[in-house]
Design a protein around this ligand. Structure first.
Ligand SMILES: NC(=O)c1ccc[n+]([C@@H]2O[C@H](COP(=O)([O-])OP(=O)(O)OC[C@H]3O[C@@H](n4cnc5c(N)ncnc54)[C@H](OP(=O)(O)O)[C@@H]3O)[C@@H](O)[C@H]2O)c1
Length: 355
């Protein structure tokens, strides 16, 4: 273990502020059940920003998300982990809270062999370090889409019209997957910046991308409406209810808080999302199914790698990255995102300069 350093740099979130700190490398906690990952890249997720702002309800079974998107190398693997040093891996934050933040030079994960098998996911794509994309958010999209199909007794989206509210990173990936499953897709975004980014990168055709202000022109037009905004506000739900057809489905994916309801109905959209339920309700003279999805599993990562490898033209996931920064600049930049001073149209990734 002489290759392990004495100190390492990590970010620390406390009282709504992110600081870069140097910590002593905790050799004493390395056990037969520990994996230490050295990230090459980390991604900033909207959920990280919400945790800084205190606007995310943290589930106790999984712990905080702050720093959960990463691609790195196993640099220490205990004898009961099932992993080898040097393996290229990514991370699933939905299994155990027993881990440190991914916004660090080293990430410490503890668990049984079964837990670690689900938490640390092998990356089969060695080129990812040079053409970076983040597997975790795509795995969540695969999971949510498959869950939505299952809850609606569908096997694919052939012939379906899918409307997506929010052209952020998740909305863009939902549209890629829905198109792959043969749906006709339209995406609605409030601000100009994300619409322009998606058009400039040829992620959508001009017919597919619209202003959120134009929803009235698409009343009852969609079999399925996916709500993928930072927070699922009443204003956005009203737009989803306008877009969906009678008998159609609304998927709740964006941020919800405890007790949030679907407009004037009794459907609790936070419970529907976190427990992955489907409920039939009536709103504005229409029958609507409201369903939700949350998190992802190992098989969703594996499906994401397969989709990316076999259909690179349909899943140009690298194009979603809009900014690469150095780890030294992370704490200032993420705080400027949290205060709203800065916003980026795509994924912001942080490189650690680990070769
Ligand atoms: N269910 C799950 O398993 C799961 C998994 C991962 C993420 N999520 C959640 O999904 C949400 C979106 O994530 P993301 O990565 O796509 O975030 P993102 O890239 O930051 O995009 C955020 C999107 O929300 C829109 N938005 C924000 N405030 C809005 C408002 N007041 N009115 C209308 N649109 C608004 C933005 O539009 P503008 O361009 O107009 O700002 C943008 O399209 C996050 O809340 C995240 O926590 C859920």
């Amino acid at each position: 273990m002489s290759y392990l350093p004495c100190n390492y740099k990590t970010a620390e979130l406390s009282n709504g502020k992110v600081h870069a700190i140097t910590k002593k490398f905790p050799r004493h906690i390395l056990s037969e059940n520990t994996i230490v990952i050295r990230p090459y890249y980390m991604g900033i997720c909207r959920a990280d920003i919400k945790e800084i702002m205190g606007s995310r309800d943290v589930p106790t079974d999984r712990g905080p998300l702050f720093g959960h998107e990463l691609v790195g190398s196993v640099i220490f693997s205990g004898t009961k982990t099932g992993f080898q040093e040097g393996e290229l891996v990514t991370f699933n934050p939905n299994i155990t809270p027993d881990r440190t933040t991914g916004f660090a030079e080293y990430v410490f994960v503890h668990g049984t062999e079964e837990q670690l098998d689900q938490t640390v996911i092998r990356v089969p794509e060695y080129d990812i370090i040079h053409h970076i994309w983040m597997p975790e958010p795509m795995a969540c999209i695969v999971h949510a889409t498959q869950k939505m199909l299952e809850l609606n007794n569908l096997t694919d989206l052939k012939g379906k019209k899918v409307g997506i509210i929010g052209a952020g990173c998740s909305g863009i990936m939902f549209s890629m997957y829905a198109r792959h499953l043969e749906a006709a897709v339209a995406i609605f975004n409030r601000g100009e910046m994300r619409r322009k980014f998606a058009s400039d990168r040829h992620l959508f055709s001009a017919e597919e991308i619209h202003s959120l202000a134009d929803t009235n022109a698409y009343q009852n037009a969609f079999d399925i409406v996916m709500v993928v905004s930072t927070m699922v506000s009443s204003e956005i739900l009203k737009k989803a209810a306008t877009l969906v057809s009678d008998g159609g489905t609304i998927l709740i994916y964006g941020g919800t808080r405890e007790g949030d309801k679907f407009l004037t109905t009794s459907v609790n959209i936070d419970v529907v999302r976190r427990q992955e339920l489907i409920q039939l309700t009536e709103y504005d003279g229409k029958k609507i199914r409201i369903c939700g999805a949350y998190g992802c599993y190992k098989q969703d990562y594996e499906e994401s790698f397969r989709l990316h490898a076999e259909h690179p033209d349909q899943f140009p996931l690298e194009k979603i990255v809009s900014e690469e920064i150095d780890f030294e600049d992370f704490s200032n930049l993420v705080m400027s995102m949290a205060t709203g001073e800065k916003d980026y149209p795509g994924k912001v990734v942080i490189r650690t300069n680990f070769e």
